[in-house]
Design a binder for this molecule. Structure first.
Ligand code: PGA
Length: 252
């Protein structure tokens, strides 16, 4: 299976010109990849601009969020078909920073359906807020996954990507990334849930990514020992050293 690295730029950079520079750097790094697809989840206003850059398209574009509705009187919302029409092929759904803003499981389930209907690959983000010693975090994530699949058919489920992002490991207040063996436990658990829904053959092809404080140095052990098919990278995707991270994953 091809590996996937998604750069989540979040609400960065502040200007289109900087976004173009960052895009070109990332694209240059992605060009050398043999087994890794790099995608950039850029702020929506930059997507059409990036899609028009006359480079050999080695990177994919992704939205960071989409509306659960297809269109209509929803001021400020962005529809899946709009993202697709400006060059996005994927979209993050249920990122923890959106859940913090009030997005609930029902809304996320509807967004998963909206993304599938718009022919975007939904990248479902799930993760517990804290790790308890009794293992309740598994059930927390399991419930998030189950809810998110509520309105999808088996063939739609077969085309999603899942990103395990423990909330405590994501963003500038995180202490450290999750340990590969802990991520492995969760990936096996998530894949079992998917297997129950669509059978082993198809479930085996659903990419599961890890995200949360990924940086140069911890990317390779995660790819090698955590049972994941890729990474979702926030802060580190804005740095020059992201090229080294991509290389680390591709040669891992
Ligand atoms: P981080 O964010 O790499 O900055 O921890 C990951 C994410 O939000 O997807």
């Amino acid at each position: 299976m091809q590996q996937l690295v998604i750069a989540n730029w979040k609400m960065n950079p502040a200007r289109a010109a900087e976004a173009l520079t960052l895009f070109k750097l990332t694209n240059a790094a992605a060009r050398g990849c043999k087994k890794t697809l790099v995608a950039i989840a850029a702020p929506a206003p930059y997507l059409s601009l990036l899609a028009k850059v006359p480079v050999k398209h080695t990177v994919a574009l992704a939205g960071q969020d989409l509306s659960h509705e297809e269109g209509g009187a929803f001021t400020g919302e962005i529809g899946g078909s709009m993202l697709a029409s400006v060059g996005a092929s994927q979209v993050l759904v249920g990122h923890s920073e959106r859940r913090t803003l009030g997005e609930d499981d029902e809304r996320i389930a509807r967004k998963m359906r909206a993304a599938s209907l718009a022919r975007l690959t939904p990248v479902l983000c799930v993760g517990e807020k804290e790790r308890d010693s009794e293992g309740h975090y598994l059930a927390v994530v399991g419930t998030q996954v189950e809810h998110a699949l509520s309105y999808l058919t088996a063939s739609q489920i077969a085309k999603i990507v899942i990103a395990y992002e423990p909330v405590w490991a994501v963003g500038p207040s995180a202490v450290h990334a999750a340990r590969p063996q802990d991520v492995l436990e969760m990936t096996l658990y998530i894949r079992r849930i998917i297997t129950d829904r669509i059978g082993q053959t198809r479930a085996a092809r659903v990419p599961i990514l890890y995200g949360g404080s990924v940086e140069v140095g911890n990317a390779a052990p995660l790819i090698t020992h955590a049972g994941v098919q890729g990474l979702l990278v926030g802060r580190a995707s804005l740095k020059r050293s992201f090229a080294a991270l991509i290389k680390e994953v591709d040669s891992g």
